[in-house]
Design a protein around this ligand. Structure first.
Ligand code: C2E
Ligand code: MG
Ligand code: MG
Ligand code: MG
Length: 277
């Protein structure tokens, strides 16, 4: 027994793990400087309607690291959530997205688009979140009704009343809400009737396996039906093939996002996608 425990302890000095810890500490130090060094970029991924028209876009954060190149949000967002850097970073995302949204309103080709912005639970739970967001909208002149905030189920596991109050305050001004990665969280479905959501986003893991796996197909079909009966919009994420799109349309899905249409692109390229549709 003692020997086994000894072996376990030794694992902490594993050089590979040591290197990983070092990499993480360095990344965290760099992340602290990234805002002031202006290293963040917003990319935009088109969202399409059933008729093939572009109806909106999702803003997706990129970090242009001076040495590592583009770092994926899958790597730095969890880190930023742990050390709460997500609050100022998320503020920058909202500000940048709203400035963009205000510019679109003046451009006839982009004037009807909705802009979806991801919000982390840590950011959303800040007591000032609603007021800060309303101030950004007012300052940038972005129309609140064209801003859609993407939240995840994890937000509703605890503190449902505070979250609902924040949502209500923003909805008063016309801001809408999407539930991202629907079906991957652990919270009960009862929040769907208590929270003022506007859209469900079917998680890409279900869409990916749709045509090969009956369980995924059943989950997607039920989610579409559920959205319709609750009068929520429904959007399928991660649509990569025409066959997936056809299946989704046949099952009543109305909005789509995925590599089939476009990867997330810098702003200049989004305008081109929009003009092409
Ligand atoms: P998400 O909000 O669910 O965003 C969708 C992710 O799926 C994006 O990854 C997008 O590039 C990717 N994707 C889109 N279409 C396809 C497809 O057809 N196939 C596949 N395989 N993937 C597709 P990305 O940009 O790496 O972002 C990952 C996650 O990081 C996002 O997931 C979101 O949770 C988080 N994130 C990104 N930007 C922000 C942000 O500004 N704030 C916060 N809090 N989180 C963000
Ligand atoms: Mg999202
Ligand atoms: Mg998602
Ligand atoms: Mg996600």
């Amino acid at each position: 027994k003692a020997k086994e425990a000894g072996r376990d302890t030794l694992r902490f000095f594993d050089p590979a793990m040591q290197a990983q810890l070092q990499r993480r500490a360095q990344l965290e130090a760099d992340l602290r400087q990234a805002l002031s060094r202006d290293e963040f970029r917003l990319y935009y991924q088109p969202q399409m309607g059933a008729d093939g028209q572009m109806i909106g876009a999702e803003a997706l954060l990129r970090w242009a690291h001076p040495a590592r190149g583009m770092v994926s949000p899958g790597e730095f967002i969890p880190l930023a959530e742990e050390n709460r850097l997500i609050v100022p970073i998320g503020g920058w995302v909202l500000e940048t997205a709203c400035r963009q949204l205000a510019a679109w309103v003046r451009d006839p080709a982009m004037a009807d688009l909705t802009l979806s912005v991801n919000v982390s639970p840590e950011q959303f739970r800040e007591p000032e979140f609603a007021e800060r967001t309303l101030a950004i909208l007012a300052r940038t002149g972005a129309p609140p009704s064209r801003l859609k905030l993407e939240v995840t189920e994890s937000l509703f596991v605890h503190d449902r009343d505070e979250s609902r109050e924040t949502m209500r305050r923003l909805k008063e001004h016309g801001v809408t809400f999407a539930l991202d990665d629907f079906g991957t969280g652990y919270s009960s479905l009862s929040y769907l009737k208590r929270l003022p959501l506007d859209q469900l986003k079917i998680d890409q893991s279900f869409v990916r396996d749709l045509l090969e796996d009956e369980a995924s197909a059943a989950i997607v079909a039920s989610t579409i039906a559920l959205s319709r009966s609750l009068q929520l919009e429904v959007l399928a994420e991660g649509v990569e093939t025409e066959a997936q799109r056809a299946w989704l349309i046949a099952h009543g899905c109305e909005a789509f996002q995925g590599y089939l249409f476009s990867r997330p692109v810098p702003l200049e390229e989004l305008a081109a996608t929009c003009q092409a549709t």
